[in-house]
Design a protein around this ligand. Structure first.
Ligand code: AHG
Ligand code: MN
Ligand code: MN
Length: 333
């Protein structure tokens, strides 16, 4: 059987289903090319001198790793000249990055978490890239931060790359979820996981249990019930995984089901959770919903939240329908 490359897949989607405008197709190809370059750096590790701290901090107050900065630069550089974008925003930059005046501008806004799971870089555990695409308001050729603040339901595309035992790229533009594996020798993303679907039920959960004492009562209740296993109210034994890379957890859930949680906790009342809405919560929620799963902040659909800031935080419950609906229901009880 002939292999379907990412380029062929995107062109056929554009041609057959009219689901993908040509400028969005080019944008996705460019992001995918950048992810290939990031994969190359991540995979080289110490051989390329890319491990360790950058010695700088980002707007979140987090110490940046060398690869956080490298991945951010690769994405900026790759996407600047394509003519499809009005501006880009990133976890690693306080303000949006405008397309330079001497370059053509386009109608899309690109947001990214250039390297997700940074704490895993130096210990050789999966990390990834997450991205989200919105449209700038019509006729707006100089988009500002305000123009990015659209609910996730307005995303026109989202995806992630996971740099692990295999490098994979998972995409949606609102017509299902498709996974591609990087053929490292040919340098080509090959369709390996068409129409990914999150199983509706699961016995697997992912949460950072060390934060348990800080959680709100509905989350404690839910975790207590899962830990009680087959003798408890849920009547089944669960298994737990925590990779500490959201990309890796979401990927596992897309392949074999599960529920991922990063709830709001009491450590910093000004922050509703650790993860960022615009470039972590929204793109992952879009992907999970497109794969038949559910994503909420405990109270509402993540995709319905009206953002108020580029780096705003959000509580996240996502994955298999039955479990996410249960824990969301506990917040209402
Ligand atoms: P980032 O490396 O982009 O800052 O994101 C890390 C996030 C997410 O990927 C992961 O689920 C979570 O932080 C891990 O948090 P803990 O350190 O609390 O386990
Ligand atoms: Mn992240
Ligand atoms: Mn990051």
């Amino acid at each position: 059987m002939s292999r379907i490359s990412l380029s062929r897949f995107l062109i056929e989607e554009q041609r057959q289903h009219g689901a993908l405008p040509p400028d969005l197709r080019l944008l996705i190809e460019t992001v995918a090319r950048a992810c290939k370059a990031i994969a190359h750096s991540v995979n080289k590790g110490a051989l390329a001198g890319v491990l360790g701290e950058a010695g700088t901090g980002n707007v979140q107050g987090e110490a940046q790793k060398k690869l956080d900065v490298i991945a951010n630069d690769i994405l900026l550089e790759a996407n600047e000249w394509g003519g499809n974008l009005g501006a880009m925003a990133s976890e690693e930059m306080e303000l949006p990055h405008s397309i330079p005046d001497h370059m053509p501008r386009g109608r899309y806004l690109l947001m990214f978490d250039p390297l997700d799971g940074s704490s895993n870089i130096d210990v050789n555990i999966s990390v990834g890239t997450i991205f989200s695409v919105l449209e700038a308001p019509e006729g707006n050729t100089q988009p500002t931060e305000q123009d990015f603040l659209q609910p996730g339901s307005r995303q026109v595309a989202a995806g992630y790359a996971v740099y692990g035992p295999q490098n994979m790229l998972v995409l949606t533009f609102g017509q299902g979820v498709y996974g591609f594996t990087l053929d490292r020798e040919l340098g080509s993303w090959v369709l390996t996981n068409p129409r990914m679907q999150v199983p509706e039920t699961t016995k697997e959960f992912a949460i950072n249990m060390s934060n348990m004492r800080h959680w709100e009562p509905p989350v404690r209740r839910y975790i207590d019930e899962m830990l009680a296993g087959s003798e408890g109210p849920l009547g089944k034994d669960y298994n737990m995984r925590w990779v500490a890379s959201m990309v890796a957890e979401v990927h596992r859930i897309l392949v074999r089901g599960g529920v991922f949680m990063y709830p709001k906790d009491a450590r910093d009342p000004s922050k509703p959770g650790k993860l960022r809405l615009m470039y972590e919560g929204n793109p992952m929620a879009f992907i999970v919903e497109q794969a038949g799963g559910v994503a909420t902040n405990g109270h509402q659909r993540i995709l319905d939240i009206q953002p108020t800031g580029l780096h705003e935080r959000v509580a996240v419950f996502l994955g298999s329908r039955e479990e996410v609906e249960r824990v969301t229901g506990y917040h209402k009880a």
